[in-house]
Ligand binder design. Structure first.
Ligand SMILES: Cc1cc2nc3c(=O)[nH]c(=O)nc-3n(C[C@H](O)[C@H](O)[C@H](O)COP(=O)(O)OP(=O)(O)OC[C@H]3O[C@@H](n4cnc5c(N)ncnc54)[C@H](O)[C@@H]3O)c2cc1C
Length: 438
């Protein structure tokens, strides 16, 4: 079997290295720190957690908990290290970050197959997994552009919140197209004058996230947060993204402003607040956006964010098995694929390695089923429509269960049971087929 190159020793790169090494593959891991640092990392440790030390919930009826259970099934090195470095945090999995990073390094080195090269890598050849993260070096970004097309590599997130469709009060919202043109794809949420003015006042006064020093000045380039636009004048939103013209409500009432929601997924379970890219803190987004009458009980699947983040427009440039469309022997992993979050990044590292192992054995890679957290997120990043923005795992992405279960907790338990059964089957068929065991 050939040697494989893994570029980037973060969460995704570490998972990829471990899985390849356990299958007997020799790996050259290129990590540029400490020779060249990113603006957020502060150590030379592998899998450094750049911000929070929490890997989130372990409860399998949450998306994060189920993702972890699936990753345990696939033998995650990040989760092995997290057990060693665990600190008490209620139902969440939190770690001592220095111990955690050391444990990851110890475990992957103990395979005896990993050659760590402390050097910036700026070329991508066949048999390579690229896992250079949201702060990919400039030289590597140029190389990625050559592979994917310059227009498909983004450097900033500008993400509007997504809410569940079932949480919208449909007595105060209606589907309809502007001037009746085209199909009625948008869900319109009208506001009267008093509601709108109060909304603008609260939006402009709301607390925002403090940007990191390396993000200041750059993040708003070409894309203005909704609260900044609102601060330009009381009418700026209703003459902009909230304009009511051409929208007729079924009761014939004229709205003063209208918030439009766009369908986000194939199952019509998620809706995106159009034009609401924002830097408000998460509690403030919940408080202020719930002032829109139809969204008084909105349940947020993803909050809006705006930050520095290098990521590929995956629906255009990558396949569901994380390789560029015309390069079957190169895989991407981690945040750069358009997934969001520590565990999601690590998960794609495992999958990129599994796909690579199949290629090395002359077989086509196979994505996990859409019934799993892993598979549904890969499907999303490979097929999302509209302006693609990074995404984390969510029950709303998973293919729905056939029989309707009204109770949310019961439904999630059924989805979790199905996902765990299916990920076991995935492991057994996809890896047994190439005679690899975990
Ligand atoms: C400031 C910031 C804070 C974040 N906070 C959180 C959080 O609290 N919770 C959460 O879930 N997610 C958070 N994220 C998002 C994301 O989960 C993390 O960035 C995560 O570390 C991504 O994993 P990764 O393996 O893709 O990239 P990384 O962990 O960043 O690893 C990439 C590695 O590649 C190296 N590298 C880059 N270019 C090259 C090159 N050319 N050659 C060799 N090596 C290279 C880097 O030094 C780095 O070690 C945050 C992101 C940022 C930027």
């Amino acid at each position: 079997m050939s040697r494989v190159k893994v570029i980037g020793g973060g969460l995704a790169g570490a998972e990829a290295c471990y899985k390849l090494a356990k299958a007997g593959i020799e790996v050259d891991l290129y990590e540029m720190r400490p020779v060249k640092m990113t603006p957020a990392h502060t150590t030379d440790g592998l899998a450094e957690l750049v911000c929070s030390n929490s890997l989130k919930s372990e409860d399998i009826t949450t998306a994060q908990g189920l993702l972890k259970a699936e990753m345990r099934e696939l033998d995650s090195v990040i989760l092995q290290a997290a057990e060693i470095a665990r600190v008490p945090a209620g139902g969440a999995l939190a770690v001592d970050r220095a111990l955690f990073s050391q444990a990851v390094e110890n475990i992957i080195k103990s395979t005896g197959k990993i050659n760590i090269i402390r050097q910036e890598c700026a070329s991508i050849d066949n048999n390579t997994i690229v896992a250079t993260g949201p702060l990919t070096s400039d030289a590597m970004a140029e190389e990625i552009k050559k592979l994917t097309g310059a227009e498909y590599l983004h450097f900033f997130d500008a993400v509007a919140p997504i809410i569940t469709a079932e949480s919208v009060d449909m007595s105060k919202a209606y589907y309809g197209a502007r001037y009746g043109k085209g199909s009625a794809d948008y869900l319109n949420c009208p506001m009267d004058e008093g509601e709108y003015k109060n909304f603008i006042k609260e939006l402009v006064g709301a607390a925002t996230v403090v940007l990191k020093s390396f993000e200041k000045g750059d993040v708003f380039e070409g894309c203005m947060p909704v609260e900044v636009l609102a601060a330009r004048g009381e009418d700026s939103l209703r003459f902009g993204p909230l304009r009511p013209v051409g929208l007729k409500s079924p009761d014939g009432k004229k709205a003063y402003a209208v918030v439009q929601l766009r369908k986000e997924d194939r199952y019509d379970s998620m809706l995106n607040l159009v034009g609401f890219q924002t830097n408000l803190t998460f509690p403030e987004q919940r408080r202020v956006f719930r002032l829109i009458p139809a969204l008084a009980n909105a349940e947020f699947v993803r909050y809006g964010v705006m930050h520095r983040n290098t990521y590929i427009n995956s629906p255009e440039a990558l396949t569901i098995t994380l390789n560029p469309k015309n390069s079957p022997d190169i895989f991407f992993a981690g945040q750069i694929t358009g997934v969001e979050g520590y565990m999601e990044s690590a998960m794609t590292g495992m999958l990129a390695a599994i796909h690579m192992l199949r290629r090395l054995k002359g077989k086509d890679p196979v994505a996990p089923p859409e019934t799993t957290m892993c598979g549904s997120l890969c499907k999303y990043i490979a097929t999302a429509k509209g302006g693609f923005a990074p995404m984390h795992v969510s029950f709303e992405l998973v293919s729905p269960i056939e029989r309707r279960i009204k109770d949310k907790a019961e439904r999630r338990k059924a989805l979790a049971d199905r996902a765990l059964k299916d990920i076991k089957e995935y492991k057994n068929t996809v890896l047994q087929d190439i005679e690899v065991s975990l």
